[in-house]
Design a protein around this ligand. Structure first.
Ligand SMILES: [Fe+2]
Ligand SMILES: [Fe+2]
Length: 329
């Protein structure tokens, strides 16, 4: 395992306690439930930017922490065809590298946050990305998946920009990953035990983008007009960068192996069969996104851009199809 340590980048960060061993199963089951549902005990509104909003956002992130330990996760013995399917998925290099990049960028930005509560929440997020990397590293080792050497990663020069790109990238990729994960589960192409092992990681990504959406709402509400304008320009540039990156990947012109997270695009080809229509896959992503967020206090902000765009895409496609069939009649 590599020696990444959030506390080296975020002084004062103390790693959370993890389950001791596989015998902690009962405690883990309780924690798994707690990770999916959370409601603030405070009555009334949680206005973005307010103290209450910040305190409750950070409390949500702490309370929903799942103490699973990668070292004791089960890696089921796979039948030869399932093993071959998993080994051949073209996502492992990028998935491991993406987690490595996310942990570094999140820790780098957390170190710049003055509010101790929010700094700690973002540092814990970085720590959880490190844990995702450990989960993936153990999985590739268990199944004999060869990884390309990881390029060295430097600290970002602009930690806020790097955090925005990582956060919005997670908002895009998690949305599609939720649907793909459910599609994979339903398809039966992947053993149930393996799906169960990855389930906490999937829900953890939901918590991450919930934290990110609330950090963004809290942060922007506290900026002066000029700093707010500058921030919104950065946000727009981050979206443009991610759109450009994904269009590049979709066209297959981006040959670089270690761009930001292209897990979803590659994963889509791997778990969809020919008879899965894009519109059905998008509807499933929307459904799963809503299901995973349903357990969290509705007064907290949610990532909304990707679900809105996908709803719009579904509506436009339907309209287009109706027009075509009307013309055909
Ligand atoms: Fe992650
Ligand atoms: Fe994440």
């Amino acid at each position: 395992m590599d020696a990444f340590d959030v506390a080296q980048l975020v002084p004062g960060f103390r790693p959370p306690l993890q389950a001791k061993d596989a015998g902690d199963k009962e405690a883990l089951a309780v924690a798994d439930k707690a990770t999916r549902r959370w409601r603030s005990a405070l009555p009334g509104r949680l206005d973005p930017g307010s103290e209450r909003h910040r305190i409750e956002t950070c409390r949500m992130f702490r309370d929903t922490f799942n103490p699973y330990r990668p070292a004791v996760l089960d890696w089921p013995v796979l039948a030869p065809d399932a093993l071959a399917r998993i080994v051949s998925l073209p996502i492992w290099d990028i998935a491991v590298q993406t987690e490595g990049k996310a942990r570094l960028r999140m820790a780098a930005y957390a170190a710049t946050v003055l509010d101790p509560d929010m700094r700690d929440a973002l540092a814990l997020n970085a720590w959880e990305e490190h844990r995702h990397k450990q989960v993936l590293s153990r999985m590739v080792a268990a199944y004999g998946i060869a990884l390309a050497p990881e390029p060295p990663q430097a600290l970002p020069r602009d930690p806020e920009w790097a955090y925005l790109v990582t956060g919005y990238s997670e908002c895009i990729d998690s949305f599609f990953a939720f649907g793909l994960f459910e599609l994979a589960r339903r398809s039966g192409l992947f053993p149930q035990a393996l799906v169960d092992t990855f389930e906490p990681v999937m829900q953890e990504e939901c918590r991450h983008i919930l934290l990110f959406a609330n950090w963004a709402g809290w942060h922007r509400a506290r900026l002066s007009l000029w700093r707010r304008l500058r921030f919104e320009c950065k946000v727009a540039a981050a979206w443009a960068f991610l759109a450009w990156e994904r269009i590049g990947m979709a066209r297959g012109i981006d040959a670089a192996p270690a761009r930001d997270n292209n897990f979803t695009l590659n994963g889509a080809q791997a778990v969809s069969s020919d008879d899965v229509k894009l519109s059905a896959l998008l509807a499933l992503c929307l459904e799963e996104n809503a299901r995973r967020f349903a357990g969290y206090d509705e007064r907290l902000l949610r990532p909304t851009t990707v679900p809105r765009l996908v709803r719009l895409a579904i509506r436009v496609t339907r309209l287009f199809r109706t027009n075509i069939s009307n013309k055909a009649v």
